[in-house]
Design a protein. Structure first.
Lengths: 540, 390
């Protein structure tokens, strides 16, 4: 609180000093606002806008809000705000406090309708001329939305002066909006209308579409209507295309989350055949490890906070993997060959792990922050992509690739495959199968921990975090085909994309139900999933 | 013929179970309604409802044991059939409220008035009548189970895959019943019941009558289940539990056998749900939660998979434990339940009722008598072989 106050004061000082430089030139103009009645104020206002100095903006805003008064004693123009019975006075330009005055000592500078219009026009003009590109841009957007014809002249002047490409485009769009909707439209040549609709089509967003639709349905000339209608259909196609791409991106993003959650399961369930219902809790443990690592960084090295995620990755892998190995050695190894019993025992473990985390960390959500390189978003054509999601997609594929390499190209991977394919033979060749079992389970659990680090960025870190993913993960693995990593990849992306494409039509919940029904029916068609391992063995 | 069917299942164990149920059906009403309140033998109405709830769960466990213990189908979605039966009964109870709802609408239940519905959806028609609701309690879960099983068994979805898609089924239903526009009250479910068959649902006598009805339903289901198991059909079921392919190669149409047991079991679960709802006074989508189906499995496992009496015993014991823990030590309940899952699968593969046989087998100098559950025995030997290999 105190820090915030200090910061506020610093800002005030900066503003005060920067305005002081202009104050001298503007002072007589501001002073003129208070004399000569409506017409006098309007004249002074016009001169203020012509001066083109953004320091006048707060003064005009005060005038608009009805806070500008004349002090009767010396005729000075002041900003007065009611505080109790009296007014607190400040200088309109320097914002220096001028003490208090009773309400009888000041007189309000009144505004009428024509003055009000002049005020908003001059405000628009002043901000359009502002030296700050961001302010100019938002002013242009405001004009686009208001389509205030009085701003047209200023807008033309601003466009002529504008150097920044993006801002100029925004200004031209604003001008096109005014031209098409205002009275000027009837006097425009066909070429002008054409270029105006083209400008709006180039803008290519929903606002432009609404505007063009309005023009097409309005009482404008036939040519305008025809051109606008053509622009509408082009724009609609373009928007539909981008919407499809956006859906595809959302699908990819959801798919990569599913992939991350399911890929560890693809190892424990797919490769080892162990039904690990505590898989979701491994993800949860990974997320809590991230939380602890971040707490450590916050306490000891706040400057390195951006690196905390990178440290959390190996930490989560080790913690979850360690818990996994302990579970395998203490419970699961007694249950090999009895999948249904494994299912029940690991479910029991998941309940106990959840409660343990709840007892230690409390039932509420824990806050995990995003490093600066994962926050924010960028635009790609009509797509808005957040860095957080982008990194998760990249991370999911990286983990997938790393796991594939580990299984196919390393000695450890070779042992895993040997043990799963023929346990006695692998044993006879000198592979310590019990150890491979433990390490494989640890690998699957560790990958779940990595997923937990990623999911902590997009989901609530609570003891129930894992529960939400366990069923989805099983669906992905079963759908893709057990024992096949590529199946898991295809399964995750298919289900993610399907979900996101159904959502706009069916709604989020119904979409999810439809996907579940699809999986249930799909399993009937192909009981062994998308990519089934071929073999001649008959079960039981 | 029906009599012979029931007599077939009557062995010594069945006799004991039925005798206990008969005693409960007589003693509980007497102790609640006629023993004076200050006597130590008096039972409060609250206790009666609690016991009734346990017995509803026992009926669900019995249904689950029929498919898991004798057919080898581990259903992780049986709570869905339970909840559907409950919703069918809940719809009847909602219709009985009539114009006494908060909004006083003579036709529509409160939640529909709230959602601005103009008329009753077609699937609510008929639920004014008890007989219709009673048929629906059996038909809807049965039909769903038949359709699901018909697809799943014919495409030979077995084992873990079947378990996982039953989870998907109950999860899909959970999401569906949460939706307000389904017309089942959304996440609040159905509640605020007033009457059942014209009697006040809160009255002591009604509660005792509901308890007796539950005991009767449990006894009847027990007799049906043990009759099925003792029949030739039951022998085929056990055979296909232990070696499905072999049974198929011998010419049996295994899908039909499984489908019969599966559908019968779902109907029983539906009845359990229908008796549960008036006793607890509410039904909402949380009954569909995947976790509640898995919890039902542990009741069976604790009591003893493949023994009908064990399922009942397990359901009652675990739920009594749950009532105690969630009241006295809420922090520890999930540890206890989780530990129970692990301990039972590791140390009590045949449950409490199998404990005697398990101990006997351990005694030196005694050959293992014919165990009731051959699959676990098979798997146990298979497992030791696997461990030797490991």
């Amino acid at each position: 609180m105190r820090r915030a106050l200090r910061w506020l004061m610093a800002v005030c000082v900066v503003v005060a000093t920067s305005t002081a430089a202009y104050a001298a030139d503007l002072r007589p103009l501001v002073q003129a606002l208070g004399s000569g009645g409506y017409s006098g104020t309007e004249k002074a206002l016009a001169q203020l806008s012509e001066a083109g100095d953004p320091a006048a903006v707060p003064v005009i805003e005060a005038l608009q809000a009805g806070d500008l008064y004349v002090r009767k004693a010396d005729g000075a123009v002041v900003v007065a705000r009611k505080a109790g019975d009296a007014f607190t006075l400040t200088d309109p330009l320097t914002r220096a406090a001028l003490g208090e005055a009773p309400s009888t000592a000041v007189e309000k500078i009144r505004v009428n309708n024509s003055l009000r219009r002049a005020i908003s026009a001059s405000l628009g003009a002043l901000t359009l001329m502002s030296p700050d590109a961001g302010v100019r841009r938002s002013a242009a957007d405001a004009v686009f939305k208001s389509r205030d014809a009085s701003a047209l002249e200023t807008l033309n002047a601003a466009i002529a002066k504008e150097q920044d490409k993006g801002v100029r485009a925004a200004m031209e769009q604003a001008r096109a909006a005014i031209l098409l909707t205002g009275e000027a439209a009837s006097k425009m040549t066909d070429a002008d209308i054409q270029s105006a609709t083209d400008t709006l089509t180039a803008r290519g967003d929903r606002d432009a579409l609404v505007l063009l639709n309005m023009v097409a349905g309005s009482g404008a000339s036939d040519v305008t209507k025809k051109l606008a209608a053509a622009a509408v259909s082009t724009l609609e196609q373009k928007l539909a295309f981008w919407a499809a791409l956006q859906n595809l991106w959302y699908g990819l993003s959801l798919g990569s989350v599913l992939l991350l959650a399911a890929i560890g399961l693809a190892v424990t369930f797919g490769v080892m055949g162990v039904i690990n219902m505590a898989h979701g809790e491994m993800v949860m443990i990974g997320a809590y490890t991230t939380f602890l690592v971040q707490e450590f960084f916050r306490a000891h090295a706040p400057g390195l906070f951006d690196l905390s995620i990178l440290v959390a990755l190996p930490a989560a892998f080790l913690v979850s993997g360690g818990v996994g190995i302990v579970i395998e050695r203490s419970v699961i190894r007694w249950l090999y060959g009895r999948p249904l019993e494994t299912l029940l025992a690991t479910w029991g473990l998941s309940l106990a792990l959840q409660q343990a985390v709840r007892s230690i960390f409390g039932p509420t959500n824990r806050e995990v922050g995003a490093p600066s390189w994962m926050s924010g978003a960028f635009e790609l054509g009509g797509l808005t992509i957040t860095y957080g999601r982008l990194w998760i997609v990249v991370f999911a594929f990286a983990v997938f690739a790393a796991l594939l390499v580990a299984l196919k190209r390393t000695w450890f991977g070779l042992s895993i495959r040997a043990v799963t394919q023929n346990r006695p033979m692998a044993n006879a060749m000198g592979i310590r199968t019990a150890r491979v079992d433990a390490l494989t389970f640890g690998l699957g659990s560790g990958i779940a921990g990595l997923a937990g680090v990623a999911l902590s960025q997009i989901d609530n870190v609570s003891p129930n975090l894992g529960q939400g993913y366990i069923l989805d993960s099983f669906m992905v693995v079963v759908f893709g085909g057990v024992g096949n990593l590529w199946g898991t990849l295809v399964g995750a992306l298919t289900l993610g994309t399907m979900n996101k494409f159904l959502e706009p039509y069916a709604g989020a919940v119904l979409g999810k139900i439809l996907v579940l029904i699809f999986i249930i029916l799909f399993i009937q068609r192909r009981p062994r999933g998308l990519f089934a391992l071929k073999g001649r063995a008959v079960e039981a | 013929m029906l009599l012979r069917f029931f007599l077939m299942g009557l062995d010594r164990k069945a006799g004991i179970v039925l005798a206990i149920l008969a005693i409960l059906a007589v003693a509980v009403p007497v102790m609640t309604l006629w023993v004076p309140a200050d006597s130590p033998f008096h039972l409060s109405v609250f206790t009666v409802s609690l016991l009734g709830k346990y017995l509803c769960f026992a009926l669900l466990a019995l249904a689950l044991d029929l498919v898991w213990g004798y057919c080898g189908i581990l259903s992780l979605g049986h709570a869905a059939f339970f909840a559907i039966g409950g919703y069918a009964m809940g719809m009847y109870l909602m219709r009985q409220i009539g114009p006494r709802g908060v909004y006083g609408n003579p036709v529509l239940p409160d939640f529909m008035v709230f959602l601005n519905w103009k008329e009753l959806p077609w699937y609510w028609l008929g639920f004014d009548h008890f007989w219709f609701a009673a048929i629906m309690v059996l038909v809807v879960p049965g039909a769903l189970a038949f359709a699901f099983g018909w697809f799943a068994f014919r495409s030979r979805v077995t084992g873990v895959y079947l378990s996982i898609i039953t989870q998907a089924l109950t999860f899909a239903l959970l999401l569906a019943f949460f939706r307000n526009d389904m017309g089942f009250g959304g996440n609040n479910g159905l509640t605020d019941f007033k009457d059942i068959l014209g009697y006040d649902i809160q009255a002591d006598t009604t509660r005792v009558a509901l308890f007796v009805a539950t005991v009767a339903a449990l006894a009847l289901s027990y007799m049906i289940a043990s009759g099925v198991i003792a029949s030739k059909l039951g022998k085929v079921l056990v055979a296909l539990r232990d070696a499905e392919s072999r049974v198929r190669f011998m010419g049996y149409d295994t899908e039909s056998y499984k489908l019969f047991a599966w559908t019968l079991s779902a109907c029983m679960a539906g009845v359990a749900g229908a008796l549960y709802v008036p006793q607890v006074g509410i039904i909402n989508p949380s009954e569909f939660a995947p976790a509640s189906s898995i919890e039902a499995v542990i009741w069976v496992a604790v009591g003893g998979r493949g023994t009908l009496a064990g399922a009942i015993l397990g359901a009652v014991l675990v739920n009594m434990g749950k009532s105690y823990f969630t009241g006295a030590l809420p922090e520890l309940w999930l540890f206890a339940l989780g530990g129970l899952f692990v301990a039972v699968t590791l140390f009590l593969p045949k449950g409490l009722l199998g404990l005697g046989a398990q101990l006997k087998a351990k005694l030196p100098g005694r050959k293992t008598a014919s165990l009731p559950n051959t699959q676990t025995a098979n798997q146990a030997t298979g497992q030791t072989a696997g461990q030797k290999g490991a």
